[in-house]
Design a protein around this ligand. Structure first.
Ligand code: NCD
Length: 336
């Protein structure tokens, strides 16, 4: 057995110097590490709000391994890697040899032999990124782009960057409501962990009991079945899609019923603070968890999240190579 197999995801994420190596989960990372990711991402956006380009990862190879569908995450990882001048390979898993019976381990070892430096992995099984981090050579960094219902750490960090940039308030002073299918959502899990680590004291999860997780209230998070109560005086609302692909038996009577009870519409948004921002990780189901007028309205920052996603993914890619860049004396070229 590989020695790393004895370690939990949070233990293998940092190298000996305490720098981020893999990015598998928010859990176990310090406020300093999360702030470093946010500050680095921020440094990749210029005063005109445009993303910068640099050659930090020139000569490095980033491989996107998406075992599950994705639009935003895969494309923004590709855009991020290209902005850092890395080579990017998108591996077409559906047409790869895993469909001919090759084990995941063998596929990974073959890809490693093609000089991969970073694997960006999305998988429907919780724990897949952690497993892969233990399977590959020590010099290859693993970035979790979503594993089952477990974690989606780069989504959480792009959400945190969006909250920081849009509200311009410290996390300690914010009230944040997450609405919808929390139980099956890796985004909700990672968002709650990031908000707590960054000091947010008022986190509210809103949904029917069938879509709320068990045991979260032990962590100082409040649960609401009544949406009007949950959104009152909030600074940030994050709406989530119902994760039908992870629900075995119907959790709701109908989508229309869900919209009536938990859809974010104008009347409900008016209960939050007047400058409350509205977020959604996408893909969005208009008329189910959010009204079109809100998704396209002045308080929506949903498309800013997408752009911030490139900056955050640039930061995570660059930081995961930081140890190696330092060894080669490259790090001084760009102050991370
Ligand atoms: C999320 C995901 O894949 O978990 N989407 C995303 O990464 N933009 C949320 C979802 O699929 O609902």
């Amino acid at each position: 057995m590989h020695l790393a197999a004895l370690h939990t995801p949070s233990q293998i994420q940092l190298n000996q110097d305490g720098h981020l190596k893999h990015f598998i989960t928010i859990e176990g990372l310090s406020k300093e590490t999360l702030t470093k990711i946010l500050d680095t991402a921020h440094s990749f956006i210029n005063d005109q709000n445009q993303l910068v380009t640099n050659n930090l990862l020139e000569g490095r190879t980033v491989m996107n391994l998406f075992f599950e569908n994705s639009t935003r995450t895969r494309t923004t990882f590709e855009a991020a890697a290209k902005r850092l001048s890395a080579n990017v390979l998108n591996i077409d898993i559906a047409r790869s040899s895993t469909s001919k019976g090759e084990t995941l381990r063998d596929t990974l070892w073959n890809l490693e032999a093609m000089a991969a430096d970073i694997f960006v992995v999305r998988h429907s099984s919780s724990g897949a990124a952690h497993f892969i981090a233990q399977t590959v050579c020590p010099h290859v960094a693993i970035i979790n782009a979503g594993d089952g219902r477990h974690a989606h750490p780069t989504q959480a960090m792009l959400d945190m960057l969006t909250i920081r940039r849009e509200t311009k308030k410290p996390f300690e002073e914010l009230s944040v409501a997450i609405i919808g299918d929390i139980k099956h959502s890796r985004v909700a899990r990672s968002d709650v962990a990031a908000l707590q680590t960054l000091g947010c004291k008022d986190i509210r999860l809103i949904g029917p009991n069938t879509l709320l997780p068990v045991g979260f209230d032990d962590y100082g998070v409040r649960m609401f079945n009544k949406m009007d109560d949950g959104v009152a005086d909030c600074d940030v609302i994050i709406a989530l899609r119902i994760q039908n692909e992870r629900i075995e038996s119907p959790a709701l009577s109908s989508q229309l019923e869900f919209y009536k009870m938990y859809g974010l519409d104008e009347r409900r948004l008016a209960l939050a603070k007047p400058n409350c921002i509205v977020m959604h990780p996408g893909p969005m189901n208009r008329g189910v968890e959010i009204a079109s007028s809100i998704a396209d309205g002045p308080q929506s920052v949903i498309l800013h999240q997408v752009t911030n996603g490139i900056a955050v993914r640039m930061a995570v890619l660059a930081l995961s190579m930081q140890g190696q860049l330092q060894e080669k004396g490259l790090i001084e070229a760009v102050s991370l």
